[in-house]
Design a protein around this ligand. Structure first.
Ligand code: V47
Length: 380
């Protein structure tokens, strides 16, 4: 039997044959990949799959992340973002401020706002619907990707509505799609050790299953490189693959657009003593995500997490998307947490340079991965 320490070249050749033939990989194949020392062979296989799907294209979008509050009822150990109300650094954006930011982003060329925040204990449901309706009215052509599954469950509790009713109400107010956050690692052991108090995987899946049934597209994430084992990472990917199979089989429904593997940043979190993933572990995880999730079209290297340099390399390790221009991001900040790290931006020019230099063709996309053609390059 194969153990985690040893993968023979022969075993990897068996997996390579399957990938070349387009055959779905099993959990055991995933273990073989995880245990292999041949990181370059894994990269080549992932590159084969991403090239089959997307040729030389690398997608990016012009977006603006808006974190409307860092006040959160939860205290997840991996998170350095949350504050308790009244604590130094705690903030809550009024609806008007969120709308203003969206308007400014639109003026600068953004096609998407990505809105997520903490689980605010006292904010009423109409705060969220007014936020969406206000943005919709002020910038009708901006796609609103908002609220993780964890926030959706929180809203269903405060509004005393079912998950279905919350999603329908949010969509009526302007919601376009759901981001993938809050998934972390789908495993009860990891849940209880690192994010006890947060909804478990059943609720995360219930929200995304319902969204897909309602025709609302969504993304998925995986937070890796903390206390989870490689096997638990693999289990996470396979659970996502199963829901995607189900969603794709439903006529007229929606599905996952992409997986965003999030590289754990220990700085300033309660898990600050952990070393965090290395570059090779990032590349291996991204590549194996590409290989295991044969039914999810896009794998995103979110440059905020993996860093611009490694994200550029990741484009040859299975990734076809860099996310966006971002501009402002408060959930994780490299190099300290004193409020200085929130301006995190890649301009369109930088995006093109990074992609071209890696040998790919930059393609601007909208949230649903439709290509956008612009007359002349615009600055953001
Ligand atoms: O759910 C929190 C993660 C997520 C840390 O859908 C951390 O397109 C690393 O989900 N180190 C929110 N990660 C971000 C997110 C996301 C980002 C970009 C694109 C999309 C998308 C979704 O950030 C949380 C959590 O898993 N996170 N703390 C940390 N210390």
């Amino acid at each position: 039997m194969m153990t985690y320490q040893e993968t023979s070249g022969h075993a990897l050749a068996g997996v390579a044959e399957k990938v070349q033939a387009g055959v779905r990989l099993t959990y055991e194949d995933g273990l073989t990949l995880l245990a292999s020392r041949d990181i370059h062979a894994i990269g080549r296989l992932a590159h084969l799959v991403r090239t089959r799907l997307h040729g030389q294209k690398v997608y990016y979008n012009r977006n603006r992340h808006i974190n409307y509050t860092n006040v959160c009822a939860l205290s997840c150990k991996f998170c350095s973002f949350y504050r308790k109300r009244g604590e130094e650094g705690a903030y809550e954006m009024p609806v008007e401020q969120v709308i203003e930011v969206a308007k400014r982003a639109r003026e600068q060329g953004a096609t998407e706002v990505h809105i997520v925040g903490g689980l605010h204990p006292w904010q009423k449901f109409d705060y969220y619907t007014s936020m969406l309706a206000g943005i919709r009215a002020a910038c009708p052509d901006v796609h609103i990707k908002a609220f993780t599954a964890v926030e959706i469950v929180h809203l269903s509790r405060i509004a005393r509505l079912s998950i279905r009713e919350v999603l329908v109400a949010l969509r009526e107010a302007g919601l376009g799609s759901l981001p993938g956050g809050g998934a972390e690692i789908f495993d009860d052991r990891v849940h209880d050790e690192v994010f006890k108090g947060k909804v478990r995987e059943d609720k995360w899946f219930e929200v995304h299953r319902m969204a897909h049934a309602l025709g609302i597209y969504s993304n998925a994430t995986m937070l890796y490189g903390h206390v989870e084992t490689p096997q638990e990472r693999l289990g996470h990917l396979i659970k996502l693959r199963e829901l995607q199979d189900e969603s794709l089989a439903r006529e007229g429904g929606a599905s996952f657009n992409c997986l965003v593997p999030l590289s754990f940043i220990p700085e300033q979190s309660e898990l600050g003593a952990l070393p965090g993933p290395t570059g090779l572990s990032d590349l291996r995880t991204l590549a194996i995500s590409r290989l295991m999730l044969d039914n999810v079209p896009h794998i995103k290297a979110f440059w905020i997490m993996q860093g611009i340099g490694l994200s550029q390399v990741a484009l040859s390790w299975g990734c076809d998307d860099l996310d966006g221009t971002v501009v402002w991001y408060d959930i994780t900040k490299r190099g300290g947490n004193e409020g200085k790290g929130t301006h995190q931006e890649m301009t369109v020019e930088q995006m093109h340079r990074v992609i071209r230099e890696a040998g790919f063709v930059p393609v601007e996309r909208d949230t649903l991965y439709r290509e956008i053609a612009r007359q002349a390059p615009e600055r953001q």
